[in-house]
Design a protein around this ligand. Sequence first.
Ligand SMILES: [Zn+2]
Ligand SMILES: [Zn+2]
Length: 153
Amino acid sequence: MPQKWKGGRNAAQKRYNEKNREKRNAKKREYYQNNRDKVRESQKKYIEANMEKILAYNSNWQRKKRAEYRESVVTGYGHACICCGISETLFLEIHHPNGDGKADRKRTGGNSYTLYKWIIENNFPSGYELLCANCHRAIHQSENGICPHMKNL
Ligand SMILES: [Zn+2]
Ligand SMILES: [Zn+2]
């Protein structure tokens, strides 16, 4: 191949490919516009046939995302129960020391994923503390709102 062809040929090939891609996309758009119902129908069929796969994928994704968010929220608030100091991420929960958990649950639909996301997006606002599930439960269930751990201090 003569040297002078090299750049020219590649550039020409690239131009050709790009032009073709535009053409293909335009054709796809046209097809979709003319066959909207058919396209939708086939998408629906695909979803119906693969529902389990799609749901599994989504719930895996949500689990993964929730774990990721939980880890950042826990890290953002000190990564330890403020009462007993336990630091295992999966034991830790968000506590509302001002007792405004109800409003929060209403705002986020009671979904921990939504709450974590909101906390991260709002740069870890005050009004939240970390408690392990045990201390959290004890504080909410005891008459005086004090964890049994604190009585022994
Ligand atoms: Zn604790
Ligand atoms: Zn405690």
